[in-house]
Write a protein that binds this ligand. Structure first.
Ligand code: KG4
Ligand code: ZN
Length: 341
């Protein structure tokens, strides 16, 4: 390790993954340890906050040890500790925040609180070494759907957001309705491979006063109404066709709004982020649209799209360079807004 290398130990525990990573100089991931609770929450059809917090407490030390040993470093080599402090489940966030505070206090290291969505956006820096702001980023996760102008590192302008359900939330709800279970996104994607995306036309809601805002509760209700209609008329329900047609409706809106924003803002670089960004139909559709419009398209590998700590390390590095330092009063902020400190 060179003397001037900046090594961030990053911690993420905002929802159902306990994760730690060591990231060198913002873009080189030396380790990325993740302990997923998905199998546990599947039993209940969704994330149970109380169970999530307890599991984080059980796993966090092990996950941090794995991250350090996989990276071949010790705490003495670390420059700063980065941690997600919001938004997310308060009890889950608190585990990571308390752990990060304990380590940075004991080792006298700078403490950097990171916004979870800033982490998702920064996941794009890991594999795209040439990507620098400004660019446009579509953030689509289980809790958020944001169309963001990344003005500079750590500087964001939100162009559009969802008015109701997040894109991932819609995937999860529709998956439950057609009996695929949790987590919905990957299950819908898998089922859709054997379905016809043109089988059913689901509505693509437009929000009147802002062309960049999204609304997904309409398409979700349309799926529920379609299922009820089929049941009443004793018509066959083909979950694969519903999955493929729903996915197409969501992807078309996401791609349409994002390309429109790229054209209006004149930004020629476009990135995607968040769990839904691992969806292969969204990725290929966005890629095709970017090619058609002469826009450079960036996306993280699927492992860096869903929750992980490497992305928090990338974001923490740029916050570190910008001088962001948090005190021992750092607290979990469940509804933290992007751009807030
Ligand atoms: O970013 P993430 O891991 O956690 C949050 O910050 O919310 O995103 C999780 C969301 C879930 O709603 C999940 O169903 C969705 O991302 N997701 C997907 C896919 N993989 C995960 N949605 C569509 N297609 C996928 N392949
Ligand atoms: Zn996330």
């Amino acid at each position: 390790m060179a003397e001037k290398d900046i090594l961030i130990l990053a911690i993420e525990s905002s929802c159902d993954e306990t994760a730690a990573a060591v990231v060198k100089n913002g873009r080189e991931v030396l380790s990325n340890a993740i302990s997923s609770q998905i199998a546990l929450h599947t039993l209940y059809g969704g994330v149970v906050p109380e169970i999530a917090s307890r599991k984080h407490i059980e796993k966090i030390n092990q996950v941090i040890e794995s991250a350090l040993s996989e990276a071949g470093v010790g705490l003495d080599d670390i420059t700063a500790v980065g941690v997600t402090y919001g938004p997310g489940l308060v009890g889950a966030l608190l585990v990571g925040v308390a752990e990060a505070k304990a380590i940075s206090y004991a080792k006298k290291l700078p403490l950097i609180g990171v916004h979870h969505i800033e982490g998702h956006i920064s996941a794009n820096y890991i594999e795209n070494k040439d990507l620098e702001p400004p660019f446009l980023c579509l953030v689509v996760s289980g809790g958020h759907t944001h169309l963001v102008k990344v003005l500079d590192y750590g500087k964001y302008e939100i162009l559009g957001r969802t008015r109701d359900d997040a894109a991932g939330e819609a995937f999860d709800k529709v998956a439950r309705a057609i009996g695929l279970g949790y987590p919905g996104g990957p299950k819908i994607e898998k089922a859709s491979r054997n379905g016809n995306p043109e089988a059913i036309t689901f509505p693509q809601a437009k929000v009147r006063d802002n062309p960049y805002d999204f609304s997904f509760s309409g398409v979700k209700s349309a799926v529920l109404n379609y299922i009820n209609g089929c049941k009443m008329k004793h018509l066959e329900i083909v979950p694969e066709d519903i999955a493929a047609s729903f996915q197409k409706a969501v992807v078309d809106v996401l791609v349409g709004h994002t390309i429109h924003a790229a054209q209006e803002t004149g930004l020629r670089k476009l990135a995607i982020a968040g769990g839904v960004a691992s969806n292969s139909v969204l990725r290929s559709s966005m890629c095709g649209a970017c090619e058609k419009h002469g826009i450079d398209f960036y996306h993280p590998s699927p492992i860096f799209c869903t929750d992980n700590a490497a992305m928090i390390g990338a974001a923490a590095y740029y916050e570190y360079l910008a001088g962001t330092r948090h005190g021992w009063d750092l607290n979990a902020v469940p509804n933290l807004r992007l751009g807030e400190r």
